[in-house]
Design a protein. Structure first.
Length: 308
């Protein structure tokens, strides 16, 4: 543990190790991914994808290593025992910080298949990471405002096509499809602007999850509903690298895939859209109540269930 060092030094060490870990593994990842690009056949993908996933999981293990070295975090984690690393999961979580992704990867790496995120199109230009996300088939989404879609109706449904194509690839080998239903990180300003009916959450956007369930719902073993709470307040990524994150509370619920919501057209069928939205809203009410209870609990204790 190097957390006894001054925060600025912790920041430098953590940043250096994080960058070195990425710069080592991304070229290896791109080398193997190039075979898929040159030979875009299903048989090649079935051979190469497991290698890419192994590389990504080893990269994540490296991140967990420098996190343990530079951070002193009290973890209160429940619900990750008994997960299956060779199955398919649809994973949903609340979203407060970029740190959420490191938390999820740290806790779930090799307990379930690699988490695949839906990423904003502009993030493909992030140095190094954009290439890594592309190599791992993370789908890049173009989100347009309703005003833009009115002027360019031909763009409506483009993200749904991207999601469906991504799910076709995900169905080939065990995958965890990651969804942040809020679509963006929670802030008090966004919460007020939305007039969200939830105390600790933004309004959920159900379309992406509906499409994923429609495209490959018969593959998913379960839905993993993850709730992340930072009792001392959501950290920025800089706060995390400085070693200021002290406590993380995570609860994971394994939910059955709702059979009545597997087949339906969320975009075109109002009845199905209403039923799916009702299910998501109940999920969100439960999560909001859980966050409230966790924040009101007197302190967070380290769980004995698979401690990180």
């Amino acid at each position: 543990m190097l957390n006894f060092l001054p925060p600025a030094l912790v920041f430098l060490i953590a940043s250096f190790l994080m960058v070195c870990n990425a710069l080592f593994w991304v070229p290896v990842l791109l080398l193997f991914a190039s075979f898929k690009f040159v030979l875009p056949f299903k048989s090649v993908r079935l051979l190469i994808d497991p290698v890419l996933l192994f590389i990504a999981e080893t990269w994540i293990s490296g991140n967990s290593g420098w996190m343990k070295l530079t951070q002193r975090i009290t973890w209160d984690v429940q619900g990750i025992a008994g997960l299956e690393p060779h199955s398919w999961y649809l994973v949903n979580s609340n979203h407060q910080s970029w740190v959420d992704i490191l938390v999820l990867q740290h806790l779930l790496n090799r307990k379930i298949p690699l988490l695949k995120f839906f990423i904003k199109q502009q993030l493909i230009w992030v140095p190094v990471m954009g290439l890594a996300w592309w190599a791992l088939d993370f789908p890049f989404m173009r989100r347009h405002s309703e005003e833009f879609l009115k002027k360019h109706p031909e763009m409506r449904g483009r993200d749904q096509q991207t999601t469906r194509k991504a799910c076709e690839k995900f169905a080939l080998i065990p995958t965890s499809v990651m969804s942040f239903l809020e679509g963006t990180r929670f802030t008090k300003a966004k919460h007020a602007r939305q007039q969200s009916p939830y105390r600790h959450l933004l309004k959920p956007k159900a379309g992406g999850m509906a499409l994923a369930l429609n495209a490959m719902g018969d593959k998913f073993q379960a839905i993993l509903d993850v709730t992340i709470v930072y009792p001392d307040g959501a950290p920025t990524f800089t706060d995390f690298l400085l070693g200021k994150l002290k406590r993380v509370v995570v609860r994971v619920r394994m939910l059955p895939v709702p059979a009545h919501l597997l087949r339906g057209d969320y975009a075109q069928d109002p009845g199905f859209r209403e039923a799916f939205s009702h299910w998501v809203q109940q999920l969100w009410r439960d999560k909001d109540a859980q966050i409230r209870a966790l924040l009101d609990a007197p302190g967070a204790n380290v769980s004995t269930e698979n401690p990180p």
